[in-house]
Design a binder for this molecule. Structure first.
Ligand SMILES: NC(=O)C1=CN([C@@H]2O[C@H](COP(=O)(O)OP(=O)(O)OC[C@H]3O[C@@H](n4cnc5c(N)ncnc54)[C@H](O)[C@@H]3O)[C@@H](O)[C@H]2O)C=CC1
Ligand SMILES: NCC(=O)COP(=O)(O)O
Length: 333
């Protein structure tokens, strides 16, 4: 078992992250969860627990104390300022606490004091209103990994479940920008990172990648769009020359049914919804968002902040629990 604890981030304090963290701790024995702490405001978490009528003892801790505390209290690494957020009412004033929590968790993992980061959901538009310049966690984590140095990291988003793993090659950009953002280089770089990490972190000796086409019927020989032939097919060829088992471009509409899924270990989709619709349809409660290409492990639930149900105590902790489990499996011992 990892001796270093996992660190959960606070996420948006007006979303479901705080109550999911409390629920995950309450289910720690039933779900056989490894010790974790959350980087948050202990008083805010205490108020969330009280409002829901949940008995969760909360204890301020250092990473080295988490193992000793975890069985009897939820260990919390405190933020520098109080959090006054209200459930279901997103507020850009929470942004500094959201960012500090992520930065602290990454710093401690990089310093070897924790084994991996599990992020609770953030609402991107709320952070943007407060001046946050990164599209999401994925890119922010890569910037933190570089830490202003010369080494740069190419982060890759993968949504993983036992039934299906998907990778959106382009992520949080408007659909109209996808064709111009999609390059052979980007697809090859993404495919190489996915193949390497499936081998090294997930233990798949010879990963099989399936690359989706962009257009209907993967372009129907160029009559329904040319990106499939011009941009994606050359990427598949380069990946194959690298010795990677890559297939495609495949018509995206027929690559996610059960028989098709048995032919590959990860599907590379060309845009966000092409990847996330199938996995959230098949495995919404179990899927985990894992960032590949970083010098540390980061996982996250597949869902967002769910402001519509925050504070009601009805949000399901399954995906966060799956994210904690996967982080423990992949993280540094
Ligand atoms: N990793 C992250 O930080 C992510 C953040 N987001 C952010 O979340 C915000 C809201 O996004 P939406 O598209 O509305 O997606 P969402 O996942 O927050 O909610 C979609 C629907 O699923 C339900 N839902 C979500 N999680 C649930 C859970 N654990 N148990 C029960 N029901 C659940 C919600 O109540 C809602 O009806 C956005 O601002 C987005 O940026 C979205 C995805 C991932
Ligand atoms: N739709 C997935 C998502 O929004 C997660 O983004 P990130 O915050 O993990 O980069």
């Amino acid at each position: 078992m990892n001796r270093r604890p996992l660190l959960l981030t606070q996420g948006d304090p007006s979303g479901i992250g705080p109550e999911l963290t409390l629920k995950a701790w309450l289910q720690r024995e039933r779900a056989s969860l490894p010790p974790f702490a959350v980087v948050a405001d202990p008083d805010h978490l205490g108020r969330v627990a009280t409002a829901l009528g949940w008995n969760v003892p909360i204890q301020v801790a250092q990473p080295s104390q988490v193992h000793a505390i975890f069985s009897r209290a939820l260990p919390v690494l405190p933020l520098s300022a109080a959090v006054s957020a209200r459930a279901g009412q997103p507020d850009p004033a929470s942004a500094p606490s959201v960012i500090e929590s992520i930065e602290t968790a990454v710093r401690l993992v990089r310093a070897g004091e924790a084994s991996a980061v599990v992020t609770n959901p953030i609402a991107k538009h709320v952070l943007y209103e407060a001046g946050f310049r990164h599209p999401g966690h994925t890119e922010f984590l890569a910037a933190l990994a570089s830490d202003g140095g010369s080494e740069s990291w190419h982060p890759v988003m993968m949504l993983w479940s036992e039934q299906l793993a998907v990778v959106p090659v382009t992520v949080h950009i408007p659909l109209s920008d996808v064709p111009s953002a999609l390059t052979t280089d980007l697809i090859v770089t993404t495919g190489r990172i996915v193949a390497r990490e499936l081998r090294e972190r997930f233990g798949i000796a010879a990963p099989r990648l399936a690359l989706a086409g962009l257009n209907p019927h993967a372009g129907e020989s160029g009559s329904m769009g040319t990106e499939d032939m011009r941009v994606i097919a050359p990427a598949v060829e380069i990946l194959r020359q690298d010795g990677i088992d890559a297939a495609g471009p495949l018509p995206a509409d027929t690559m996610f049914h059960a028989r098709a899924r048995s032919r590959y270990d990860a599907a590379l989709a060309m845009y966000h919804d092409q990847a996330l619709i199938p996995i959230k349809t098949i495995a919404f409660d179990e899927a985990v968002n894992v960032t590949l290409g970083l010098p540390f492990v980061r996982t996250s639930p597949d869902h967002g902040t769910a402001f519509d149900i925050a504070g009601k105590g009805i949000a399901r902790p399954d995906s966060l629990i799956a994210a904690i489990r996967l982080a423990a499996r992949l993280g540094a011992p």
